[in-house]
Design a protein around this ligand. Structure first.
Ligand code: KIV
Ligand code: ZN
Length: 385
């Protein structure tokens, strides 16, 4: 079997992680510069291509955090956010970041109600800032904010102008998460065909309708070279595309290549969960505690025969562990397996009795944990002596 269940593509996909910028914009979250540095170092080890470290103009601490990260990180590009203005770019330059992520909105609603600018003014600002950043030696990624609600022809015009001005990467931002996989695929192809030149095409997907991961993955299948992601999908409102889910889908379902050391995904997620003080929902794909846990008798029987019966991938590939959980849905195979793990000599009578007591507890609404199991085993073995 190849590494993917679908295509065996060899295309390399760039990963730009924005946990420390868009992720930190999660309502109510604020990280200390030292904590941002800890996460940045974990992301570097994980192997992301770019770490968006922050938005330096927003505060002294944010500037300091970007500076510390730019100073320490060696094996990933450090990028910082800036509006399309010289003042913002200067702050990025002072921080020592390798790259600037410039943005300006291109949708009618943003231009009218937020920027109070017309189409020509937006293009002028965008080009001027790209020009300025390039002439100061920065790598430039340009995002058209609210790309997906922008007029298509205008979006392509803006992208073409910034590419002509030297932007290295252009980014389609689904700022309010309104895309579906099909509309994203069409837009990516439209931009790719419309914008001429040498550039990396990126997408930045928000999760307002729960589509961010699907939209990001489809964008790559449709020709995008890079995805913006955050660990655990943290970010504004309902968040961004989750790094762990996008990476796993690109790798295991589609066979794309990334630079990620996937076995570090689980520990990176745990660190972000701790420092963001956000718990990981148990059924979260890939890194939730239940993602590789099994209780029902039929499933555990299958898993014990061959884990791929009820798991799409080996959990160790992303640093997770398989768990057999005991409860009212359990069967004999699970109990026999757990007893064997304890090194106990068992027989059918013991297995049946342990299982009966577990089911009785489960039926009364009780959640059986490992300690309960040990107590049950002790009492059963004692009683049956
Ligand atoms: O969602 C968004 O549009 C952004 C931009 C800054 C790219 O985060
Ligand atoms: Zn965003």
């Amino acid at each position: 079997m190849n590494s993917g269940f679908g295509l065996n593509s060899t295309k390399y996909v760039r990963i730009l992680d924005t946990t420390l910028r868009d992720g930190e914009q999660t309502p109510g979250i604020a990280l200390k510069p030292e904590d941002k540095l800890r996460i940045a170092l974990a992301l570097e080890e994980l192997g992301v291509d770019s770490i968006e470290a922050g938005f330096p103009i927003t505060s002294k601490g944010e500037f300091l955090a970007v500076k510390m990260i730019a100073n320490e990180v060696r094996d990933a590009e450090v990028i910082a956010l800036a509006r399309s203005s010289k003042e913002d770019v200067n702050r990025v330059l002072d921080s020592g970041a390798d790259a600037v992520h410039l943005f300006i909105a291109t949708s009618d609603i943003h231009m009218k109600y937020k920027l109070s600018m017309n189409h020509e003014e937006v293009i002028e600002k965008a080009v001027e800032s790209v020009d300025y950043a390039k002439s100061h030696g920065l790598i430039v990624e340009f995002s058209a904010e609210d790309s997906t609600r922008s007029r298509r022809e205008f979006l392509v015009k803006v992208f073409q102008e910034v590419v002509n001005a030297g932007a290295d990467r252009i980014d389609i931002a689904d700022t309010v998460g309104v895309m579906t996989p099909q509309s994203m695929a069409e837009l990516v192809r439209y931009v790719r065909n419309g914008v001429k030149g040498n550039y990396v095409l990126s997408v930045h997907c928000h999760n307002d309708f729960g589509m961010a991961v699907a939209n990001s993955v489809t964008a790559v299948e449709s020709g995008a070279d890079q995805v913006h992601v955050t660990v655990l999908g943290v970010g504004e409102r309902a968040g961004n595309a989750a790094l762990e889910e996008v990476a796993a889908a690109l790798t295991f379902l589609l066979g794309f290549r990334t630079n990620l050391r996937l076995e570090l995904i689980s520990s990176t997620a745990a660190l972000v969960s701790e420092l963001f003080d956000l718990s990981i929902q148990p059924n979260k794909p890939i890194v939730g505690i239940n993602a590789f846990s099994h209780e029902s008798g039929i499933h555990v029987h299958g898993i014990l025969g061959n884990p791929l019966t009820y798991e799409p991938i080996d959990p160790s590939a992303i640093g997770m562990k398989r768990r057999i959980v005991l409860g009212k849905h359990s069967g004999k195979h699970a109990v026999a397996y757990m007893l064997k793990q304890l090194g106990l000599e068992t027989n059918e009578e013991i297995v049946d009795e342990v299982l009966r007591r577990i089911k009785d507890l489960g039926d009364s609404g009780y959640r059986v944990d490992y300690e309960d199991f040990i107590n049950i085993v002790k009492s059963v073995v004692g009683d049956l002596k």
